[in-house]
Design a protein around this ligand. Structure first.
Ligand code: ATP
Ligand code: MG
Length: 210
């Protein structure tokens, strides 16, 4: 840490939560852009455990989603992946993610990165008030959604425009199920991994819908 003649500079840690089923270039561009705009030291990607918003849907095994996230982020020295949500029992609540990261990094400032669609719902998340005390929230633009502050405390949220990539994991899954390519929508290693594990094929038993 830089010597500022007294107060140490706090580490600036971005947090990108997601199902990452699969991780795609929309996630990666959002994280990269926010890291640059907010001078973050690191962005930690946190794949969810069983996502509570998606409990009726089938979600690929956590280990596959974790490994795809590792593959996609491995080449960027600023990016890392955390197992905290997939190793915690029970459904994932973002407040738990932030509490655990805060405990792991007591001296860091946390910046939670979220797309416009997720931001719209954030006030309905468990312990919303506590979450806003644990991290600064950064809402990013996403094609097909309007980016507005849904009523978070003033100063608790920043809204930023990132390069528009009309990519979603749902669409990637449907494409694979239809036998259409996902090259260049997801990193090359993720294309290979989906193929190797036969993820998202309708007859593969691992298909996720939605
Ligand atoms: P699904 O279609 O299964 O919901 P998804 O593409 O929305 O998948 P998630 O894992 O649900 O991906 O999203 C994780 C986070 O990344 C959310 O905050 C979401 O808003 C954001 N995000 C996803 N895709 C984009 C994108 N193309 N541009 C900007 N943000 C995105
Ligand atoms: Mg989503």
């Amino acid at each position: 840490q830089a010597d500022t003649g007294g107060a140490p500079v706090k580490k600036r840690l971005g947090v990108m939560g997601g199902t990452f089923d699969p991780i795609h270039h929309g996630h990666l561009v959002a994280a990269s852009e926010v890291a640059s705009l907010f001078a973050l030291d690191e962005v930690v990607f946190v794949p969810t455990g069983q996502p509570w918003q998606k409990s009726e849907q089938r979600v690929s095994p956590a280990e596959d989603r974790y490994l795809m996230t590792v593959i996609a982020t491995a080449s960027n020295p600023q990016f890392s992946v955390s197992r905290i949500d997939i190793d915690r029992k029970g459904p994932t609540y973002t407040v738990d993610t932030l509490r655990d990261l805060r405990a792991e990094h007591p001296d860091a400032d946390l910046f939670f990165i979220t797309g416009a669609d997720a931001l719209e719902q954030i006030l309905s998340w468990r312990n919303a008030e506590e979450m806003f005390g644990l991290a600064h929230f950064i809402g990013v633009t996403r094609p097909g959604h309007t980016l507005t502050n849904p009523g978070l405390p003033e100063g608790g949220v920043s809204l930023v425009e990132v390069p528009a990539l009309a990519i979603s994991s749902s669409d990637c899954r449907s494409r694979v199920a239809r036998g259409e390519p996902v090259w260049y929508l997801v990193p090359d290693g993720v294309v290979r991994y989906i193929d190797k594990r036969a993820l998202y094929h309708r007859k593969g038993g691992q298909a996720a819908t939605g």
